[in-house]
Write a protein that binds this ligand. Structure first.
Ligand code: MEV
Length: 298
């Protein structure tokens, strides 16, 4: 059974599409897939089934992934433990798990082929992805990521305990990325300042992560959330979830992923329970996850 992890972006989403560095972490929840040879090609994800040429986005993504691997005649069964479209990398995790399962039929999966196949899949859903979701799903651990340089594993001074809540219905990553790009065209100077601000937060966050300075990292998450609001990707539900988390003792909180709805992360000082309790009381589905102290392999 092939597995790939989901992800949270700690800082730098959206800006990463425009060349700024971002920091992401693989999370334990993810996707699994198993493949077998078959007369016709088909993919089932939980209760949804797709095949190349069926006209669905999933069918097109499957077709692009298999073309990249040069494989036909395969039946794949996949499953995801991640809420779909909420910024937790469900699409990339599925792509990586499926690409690994298909390669398992021939021998060991190669990271390069997995990356190429998963990128082809992601392009169907996301148009102009930076590649950070795919990189996080492949590498796990905590990564520094730029479009130009790809992923670099980071070693953390202290492990992170994160609360993750789903604050409102999912939004389309493709549409959110397009709306930020349009904002950049309408107000280029303001946009450039936002990107520069986010870049400096991400660089400081790397230092805080490596030094194990969790209070410092928390403040940087809060500042990143302010700049994301300025890019019009936050919502009232996201702001409320961040407020609830901070009031319950979180060191910092922000949306993660494309925004417009979806997931919020809160950096907790070890015990996530008070933050999770506050979210549950506010009616939000949530869970906690740990990001390890070492730059660990998937
Ligand atoms: C989505 O998880 C992250 C975005 O920055 C898009 C991307 O990097 O492709 C919003």
């Amino acid at each position: 059974m092939a597995h790939a992890c989901g992800k949270v972006i700690l800082l730098g989403e959206h800006a990463v599409v425009h060349g700024v560095p971002a920091i992401a972490a693989g999370i334990e929840r993810g996707a699994t897939a198993q493949a077998e040879r078959a007369a016709s090609t088909e993919l089932s994800i939980d209760s949804v089934t797709a095949s190349p040429g069926d006209g669905s986005d999933l069918g097109r993504a499957l077709s692009a992934l298999l073309a990249e691997l040069g494989v036909t005649g395969v039946r794949i069964r996949a499953s995801s433990a991640l809420p779909v479209g909420c910024g937790l990398g469900s699409s990339a995790a599925l792509a990586v798990a499926v690409a690994r399962a298909v390669q398992d039929l021939e021998g060991s999966p190669s990271p390069e082929r997995t990356l190429a196949a998963a990128t082809a899949w992601e392009q169907v859903f996301h148009g102009n992805p930076s590649g950070i979701d795919t990189a996080a799903a492949i590498h796990g651990g905590c990564i520094w990521y730029t479009r130009q340089g790809g992923p670099v594993p980071l070693s953390l001074g202290r492990p992170l305990t994160l609360g993750v809540a789903v604050a409102g219905p999912a939004a389309s990553t493709k549409q959110m990325v397009e709306s930020v790009a349009q904002l950049g065209q309408r107000r280029p100077e303001v946009f450039a300042k936002s990107l520069a601000g986010i870049e400096s937060l991400v660089k400081n966050a790397r230092l805080a992560l490596e030094a194990g300075d969790l209070p410092g990292l928390g403040r940087l998450l809060d500042l990143n959330q302010m700049l994301l609001s300025g890019l019009m990707v936050s919502t009232e539900e996201i702001e409320t979830a961040c407020r609830l988390a901070r009031a319950a003792g979180a060191l910092g909180a922000k949306l993660t992923g494309a925004g417009g709805g979806g997931a919020v992360i809160a950096l907790c000082d070890d015990d996530p329970e008070p933050v999770l309790a506050a979210w549950r009381q506010g009616g939000l589905a949530c869970f906690s996850t740990r990001v390890g102290a070492k730059a660990d392999a998937p």
